[in-house]
Each structure stands twice: as C-alpha cells, then as structure tokens.
Write a protein that binds this ligand. Structure first.
Ligand code: BYC
Length: 335
C-alpha cells in the first residue's frame, strides 16, 4: 500500500491536532464574529464563508469517516448478493448496497467543498490515517445478518444521522437529508426480512436470534465512546456539527429498539436491560469498551480484510477513473 505523501496535503486536510488552537480562533476582521453568530442562531455555514481551521478539520474528519463507512459498509452485505435466497431478496439487497455507494458519493462531495479531494481522502483511509465505523469490522456470517444489519445498524445510523440533517455545515446537512430518507427504507427492509424469518422454521428463528446476539453490542458502539471519554463531542456540539452527545443518541436507539425486538420475538443479550419508570427510558448494560478500543486499533475480526478489499477495489477501479477523466478532458477540448 502506498504511503500518503504528506507534503502534498493542504494544511486544512491534516488531522485536527495539526491546526493549532491559535490558528483555529484567529479570524480576519469581523469574519469570526459572523461565523460565531451564524452558528449561534442555528443557521448554516456555507463553503464560501470563513470558518476556523479547526472547524474545517473537524468536518473533514467526521464527514470523511462517514463517507468511508458507507463505502466499506458495502462489504459485509455485498458478500451475500450472490447467495440471496430469492430473486426478490437479491434485488432488494443489490439496491441497498448501491444506495450505500451513493451515500459515500454525496459525503465525499460534501467533503470536497472543504477543499480536500476524494483522491486524498481515499489515500488517507488506505494509509490508516482516517477511520471508518467500527461496526463494519464484524463479519456477516448468515443471511439473517443482512436483516440484522438493516434493522440494528441502519437503525443506529438513523438515530445518529437524523440530527445531522440540522448540522451547521450546509453541504453536510443537505447530504444527510437524502441519506436519511434512504436509511429509513433500509431499516424497514431489514426488519421485514427478520419478521419473515421469525414466521418461518425454528431453524430460521434461531438464525435470527444468533445474529441479533452478535450485532447488539457492536451496534451500541456505533454511537462512539461515552461522553466522558469523547474528546471531540463538546467542541463539535458547540459548533453545531454534532447536535447531541453520544450517550443521548445511544439511549434513544435503545428506547426505540426494545419494543421492536419484542414485536419481532427476539431477546436482546443484555441482562441489565429493563424499563426505568422514573426516567421513562430503558436502563441498559455497558458495552465492552476495551473491545471497541481494540477494533479502533485495527484488531477487530475483519479490519485487515476490509481495508485490503477496499485497496484492491480502488486499484481495480483505476481504469474507470482514468477513462472518465480522459472523456471529460476530450469533452472540454471540444467546447
Ligand atoms: N467507529 O470524540 P468521539 C452507516 C472515533 S455508516 C470508529 O466521540 P466524534 C451504514 C472518533 O472518530 C455509519 N471510530 O468522536 C453504512 C474519534 O477518533 P478520531 C457511520 C469511532 O467524531 C453502510 C474517537 O473515536 N456514521 O450507517 O465526536 C451500511 C473519539 O470519539 C466510532 C457516521 O459516521 C465508531 N463507532 O463522534 C449500513 C456518523 N465512534 O476521529 C449502514 C457521523 C467514535 O478523533 N459521525 N469513533 O481519530 C458521527 O456522528 C461521529 O463522528 C461519531 C463519533 C458519533 C461516530
């Protein structure tokens, strides 16, 4: 894998630590005031507006991570397209996986408005300098996993992403509106698949339960570390990039999902899960944060496989990118 040539990276695309606090707050004239006032009244910052370097770097980090997640997220489910149990299931799965590619495209495009190209972001991912969601480092072992990913993973994504439709950066918020509409469909198709299996044979019901048991805790980890251990949350929330803390969204997901699990007839693998009448919310157990940290360090069950596949797909697609560029150049020459 080729290393990213650091000197070609514009400063704004470097990891956040690279932008000093001083640079982050130094605004020419009253541009800083305009930025602060826009964020304070909940309006959008647009690409033409002045913004602190650290705000830009935080957006690049989060949007790129999100884009990479969508594209790498195609792998676990994509693996089942050729083994779908019927033509109908194959068509649904194919459409869903294609949607994820589209989400990646919207998000890379949003990131490009911040002055960093898709090529650079892909290089950072492949060099291990940008992350993607922990959830995609777990394998999809049975067809029930296709349903569980739709129900739990897309369900968690919806909880996390609906508030991002109101994020302070315009292109990101607008991309999220389109993405969330599609994610809702994805979640429903997953739930419908699991419901069908739960009405089937005992073996199918056992497949669903086994799948839910494996995906429950990793789904809770999608919301990130507890607020107390989240280095980015406070600043991202002050800037209106994130609208809610990680713990609040995790709680919202649990409260939304438990009744759905009951309707489905599956149990959730948490002995501490119970209704708290006082809080009018479910109490639940603590995810294994040491497992989460290990997955982020690259030690999850599928980290190496996912990145290697992404690198191979990128290399295999070089001719498509070259052909598209040549075509665009030829078109421009004729204008
Ligand atoms: N996995 O300070 P924190 C999908 C990192 S795609 C990996 O709380 P932040 C789908 C975090 O980046 C779903 N890393 O960070 C696709 C930070 O490290 P860095 C993807 C994680 O950014 C296909 C460190 O931990 N969704 O739905 O304030 C098929 C400390 O965390 C994770 C998004 O990307 C994680 N789970 O909050 C089906 C949503 N959690 O970067 C479905 C947009 C944390 O400082 N992103 N880290 O080195 C977000 O909302 C926020 O970035 C997060 C994290 C809530 C994820």
């Amino acid at each position: 894998m080729e290393a990213v040539p650091e000197k070609t990276m514009p400063e704004k695309t470097m990891p956040r630590e690279a932008a000093s606090e001083e640079t982050a707050t130094a605004a020419p004239g009253d541009l800083g005031e305009h930025f602060e006032a826009t964020v304070a009244r909940g309006a959008r910052i647009e690409p033409r507006d002045w913004m602190p370097d650290a705000y830009r770097a935080t957006l690049v980090r989060q949007i790129a991570q999100h884009a990479h997640s969508e594209v790498i997220g195609m792998q676990p489910e994509g693996n089942w397209i050729t083994r779908a149990p019927s033509l109908r299931r194959k068509a649904i799965l194919l459409a869903k996986v294609q949607d994820e590619a589209g989400h990646g495209l919207y998000l890379y495009s949003a990131c490009e408005t911040l002055g960093v190209s898709r090529e650079e972001l892909t290089a950072l991912l492949l060099a291990g300098r940008q992350k993607y969601s922990s959830i995609f480092n777990y394998p999809a072992l049975s067809y029930a996993d296709v349903g569980t990913i739709g129900w739990l993973v897309d369900g968690a994504a919806i909880c996390n992403q609906v508030p991002l439709c109101r994020t302070s950066y315009g292109p990101y918020g607008r991309a999220m509106i389109r993405i969330c509409k599609e994610e809702s469909f994805h979640q429903r198709q997953g739930y419908e698949l699991l419901m069908t299996m739960m009405r089937g044979t005992g073996e199918q019901r056992a497949m669903v339960q086994e799948s839910v048991d494996r995906f429950w805790w990793p789904s809770l980890m999608m919301f990130g570390p507890p607020d107390a251990d989240s280095p980015n949350s406070a600043r991202s929330m002050a800037w209106g990039i994130k609208r809610n803390g990680n713990d609040e969204l995790r709680q919202r997901f649990v409260d939304m999902t438990v009744p759905q699990a009951e309707a489905l007839g599956v149990s959730l693998p948490d002995p501490d899960l119970r209704w708290n009448a006082e809080r009018e919310s479910y109490d639940f157990g603590e995810p294994d944060w040491s497992e989460f940290a290990a997955v982020l360090r690259g030690e999850g069950p599928c980290n190496a496989q996912r990145l290697a596949h992404r690198a191979r797909a990128h290399e295999d697609g070089a001719w498509v990118r070259n052909a598209a560029l040549a075509f665009a150049k030829a078109g421009a020459a004729h204008e």
